[in-house]
Design a binder for this molecule. Structure first.
Ligand SMILES: *Cc1c(COP(=O)(O)O)cnc(C)c1O
Length: 395
């Protein structure tokens, strides 16, 4: 018996055969710096939960309280009947936190990029993107009506390349939009935002910066705009609550008229249910914790600095990382996989990142540092890296 979906079986089997399928481990209980994976306690080195706020008592309590006062669901999309007082309060909190006139909260960061970017440029406009931008930005650009020849990509963080494209595009197009990640998720390097905003201003282009990995991390947690002191220069600063904030959700911050436009135009806002009260309350509590308890960001950075220094001292290459994203370069994929398996034997959970996510010879273990780890945890992890790195022939 064949069915019309048999082709999926074949495609899936091809993924398995080539080792490109996902077999996610099972986390039993909460995601935190140490957690139970496949039945034993592991040191978590690959979650995005940088500040360990997903289990912070104030964040959890806020979530529970909101269920009692506001229920489990919001009832609708935002523009129809799903606009609760707490959605508005969260947005005021985000705007204040980001030092911007206004902010808008979406269900996810992906929903910001895939819903808003398509509304920012049309057929005769241009979009210029960094080569290593996140997939949700790429999808947002694809959904825009911008003609193929007006969608250009500049070499990663190359300001000369960006300027060349700005010169060409602004001459022939009505509006030009420059989009870049703030912190790049595979390498942990930072976009030169001061130069990007300066160039964009010079050529009269708009800027869209996706700061998913900079929020809660750079500039005491306020993100990349604050890090470079150019908050007011970024037209659209997008971000996520699924990383350092430890919850889920997306945001865009900027001028009030941009936020009004985004609310009324983004299809992910207009056609998808608004986030539930427990999530909204947790996001708000998470920002409050970040502001009142600076120790989380401080320990994130002291752990990052210690780990990076020690792993380099063992002979590993950590690429161009400047943030708590620390790629430990392994070369070919089997080396990264061997190292990851050895780490697991030492109760350290860190997944290999292999082709096609990165180039075939740039496979790595991507360490995502956490504020919830202590020196003993880091030393256990380093010991695992030393033993595993030797058996995999990396050091
Ligand atoms: C994680 C991530 C997203 C998606 O954010 P979610 O809130 O998890 O949907 C978008 N852009 C970048 C750069 C990211 O790292």
């Amino acid at each position: 018996m064949t069915t019309p979906t048999d082709w999926m079986k074949k495609e899936y089997n091809d993924l398995v055969k080539n080792g490109f399928d996902w077999k996610p481990p099972v986390i039993t209980g909460a995601s935190s710096a140490r957690c139970i994976i496949n039945g034993t306690e592991k040191i978590m080195l690959c979650a995005n939960n940088y500040l360990n706020l997903s289990t912070h008592p104030k964040v959890k309590q806020a979530s529970k309280n909101a269920v009692d006062t506001h229920g489990a669901g919001s009832g609708s999309v935002r523009p129809i009947a799903g606009n609760m007082d707490i959605h508005n309060q969260l947005e005021e909190t985000i705007a204040r936190f980001k030092n911007r006139e206004a902010a808008l909260y979406y269900q996810t960061g992906f929903a910001v990029n895939s819903g808003l970017i398509p509304q920012l440029a049309g057929k005769e406009d241009a979009i210029i993107s960094d080569q290593l931008n996140h997939g949700s930005i790429i999808d947002g650009v694809r959904l825009s009506g911008v003609k193929k020849e007006n969608r250009t990509i500049y070499p990663h963080n190359d300001m000369g390349g960006l300027e060349d494209q700005l010169r060409t595009m602004t001459k022939k197009c009505e509006k030009t939009l420059v989009i870049s990640d703030g912190v790049f998720s595979m390498d942990g390097d930072i976009a030169p935002l001061d130069e990007i905003t300066k160039l964009a201003r010079e050529y009269g282009a708009m800027t869209y910066i996706d700061d998913c990995h900079g929020e809660g991390v750079l500039a005491g947690g306020r993100g990349i705009g604050s890090h470079f002191g150019v908050e007011d220069e970024v037209d659209m600063e997008s971000g996520s609550f699924s990383k350092a904030f430890g919850v889920v959700g997306g945001l865009v911050a900027g001028e009030k008229h941009m936020v009004d436009y985004a609310f009324n135009k983004s299809r992910t806002m207009l056609l998808s249910g608004s986030a539930p009260p427990a999530t909204i309350a947790a996001c708000m509590a998470s920002i409050e914790v970040l502001e009142s308890e600076p120790q989380h960001v401080e320990s994130l950075w002291s752990n990052t600095n210690y780990f990076r220094k020690e792993i380099q001292a063992l002979g590993f290459d950590t690429g161009v990382s400047e943030t708590p994203i620390i790629p430990v370069m392994c070369g070919e994929s089997h080396r990264a996989k061997t190292l990851s398996a050895e780490l697991l034997d030492h109760n350290v959970f860190a997944l290999p990142i292999v082709f096609p996510m990165v180039a075939r010879d740039k496979c790595r273990i991507r360490v995502m540092m956490s504020a919830g780890l202590n020196k003993e945890d880091l030393d256990i992890a380093l010991n695992g890296f030393e033993k595993g790195g030797k058996s995999a022939g990396i050091i």
